[in-house]
Design a binder for this molecule. Structure first.
Ligand code: NDP
Length: 280
C-alpha cells in the first residue's frame, strides 16, 4: 500500500518538496505519495487540527514549513534528536502508533551541502551566521557541532542574536573543542573577517541586503545564502568583495533527503535531484 506524506505550510503552493520527494521515491523505489497541504493561519489551532486530520487519514509523516515550525515543535510528544531541541522548531513529523515525533533537518541539510557538495570543511574556520530567525535557530546546533574556530551570530535585532548564542552554551560543555561562540551587532563586525558567511535572514525575499560591512569576507571566503532560485543582493555583494557564492538549493534538497531517510530508512542520492532542479 502507498504510504502518504505531505508538506504543511501557508502559503505552500510554491514548495518544491513534492517534486523532490517524488524524485527520491523513484530513485529508491519507495511506494509513497507526497502532497502540499495548506493549513489555516486565522485560527489558533489550525495547524494542530490539520495534523490530527492527516493522522486520522493514515498519513505516515509530514514536513512543516513557514510559519508552522514552532507549532510543530509544540505538537510533538517526542523530539528525535538534540538538534530539534536546540532549534525549538520542527520541520519533519513522523506519525507512528498514535505518537507524533519530530526532528529538524535544516541544519544537517545546510552542513551537508556546505561540506559534501561544496567541499568546504567548517572545522577550525571562522564562521559568521547572519540572522536569528527560525532558519538560523534551525542550523545553530549542527553548525556548532562542526567545531568551527569561531561562530559569530549577528542579527539586526541584537537581543535575538544573544539568545541564539546563549542556547549553544551547553554544547560547549559537552564537546571537547574550544569553539568561540559570540553574538555581535552588525556595527561590531567592522574590520572582522570570516571564512564562511551564511545569510540566514529573509532580507533576500525583499531584494534587500543585511547591513553588514564588506570586511566580513576573508580572501577566498564562501558566502552562502539560504535563499534559492535567483542571485540575491547578498550574493552580488559577496561576489563583488571576492567571495565564492552559493545559494540554498542544495540545503533544501539535503534537508529533504534527511527527512526521507528518517521516514524510509533509505538515503537517496541528492546530486541528480539538485541538478534536475537547477536545470528547471
Ligand atoms: P524569519 O522570519 O524567522 O526570520 C527573519 C530573519 O531575517 C530575522 O533574523 C530578521 O531580523 C532578518 N531580516 C529580515 N529582513 C532583514 C533585513 N532587511 N536586514 C537584516 N535582517 C533582516 O525567517 P526564517 O528564518 O524562517 O527564513 C530566513 C530565510 O531562510 C528565508 O529566506 C528562507 O527562505 C530561508 N530558508 C531556506 C531554507 C532552505 O532549505 N534553503 C530552509 C529554511 C529557510 P530581525 O530579527 O531583526 O527581524
Amino acid at each position: 500500500m502507498t504510504d502518504k506524506y505531505a508538506v504543511i505550510g501557508n502559503p505552500v503552493e510554491h514548495s518544491k518538496s513534492p517534486e523532490i520527494h517524488a524524485a527520491f521515491a523513484r530513485q529508491t523505489r519507495q511506494d509513497i505519495s507526497y502532497e502540499r497541504v495548506l493549513a489555516p493561519i486565522d485560527t489558533e489551532d489550525g495547524f494542530s487540527k490539520t495534523v490530527d486530520r492527516l493522522i486520522a487519514q493514515g498519513y505516515k509523516g509530514a514536513n512543516v514549513t513557514v510559519p508552522f515550525k514552532y507549532s510543530a515543535f509544540l505538537k510533538t510528544s517526542k523530539r528525535d534528536t538534540p538538534r530539534a531541541e536546540f532549534a525549538r522548531a520542527i520541520n519533519t513529523l513522523s506519525f507512528c502508533n498514535g505518537e507524533i515525533s519530530g526532528d529538524n533537518t535544516d541544519g544537517v541539510g545546510l552542513v551537508t551541502d556546505i561540506s559534501k557538495n561544496l567541499g568546504f570543511d567548517i572545522k577550525g574556520k571562522k564562521v559568521l551566521l547572519v540572522g536569528a530567525g527560525g532558519a538560523a535557530f534551525g542550523v545553530l546546533g549542527p553548525l556548532r557541532e562542526q567545531s568551527p574556530m569561531q561562530l559569530i551570530i549577528s542579527n539586526r535585532t541584537f537581543a535575538k542574536a544573544e539568545e541564539a548564542a546563549k542556547i549553544l552554551a551547553p554544547l560547549a560543555k559537552l564537546r571537547a573543542d574550544d569553539t568561540e561562540v559570540l553574538a555581535k551587532c552588525f556595527e561590531e563586525l567592522n574590520g572582522c573577517s570570516f571564512d564562511l558567511v551564511i545569510n540566514a535572514t529573509s532580507s533576500s525575499l525583499n531584494d534587500e541586503l543585511p547591513a553588514i560591512p564588506d570586511s566580513v569576507f576573508a580572501p577566498g571566503a564562501l558566502a552562502y545564502d539560504m535563499m534559492y532560485g535567483r542571485e540575491t543582493p547578498f550574493m552580488k555583494f559577496a561576489r563583488t568583495h571576492g567571495a565564492q557564492v552559493a545559494d540554498g538549493l542544495g540545503m533544501l534538497v539535503e534537508q529533504a533527503a534527511e527527512a526521507f531517510f528518517i521516514w524510509r530508512g533509505v538515503r537517496p542520492d541528492t546530486a541528480p535531484v539538485i541538478a534536475q532542479l537547477r536545470s528547471a
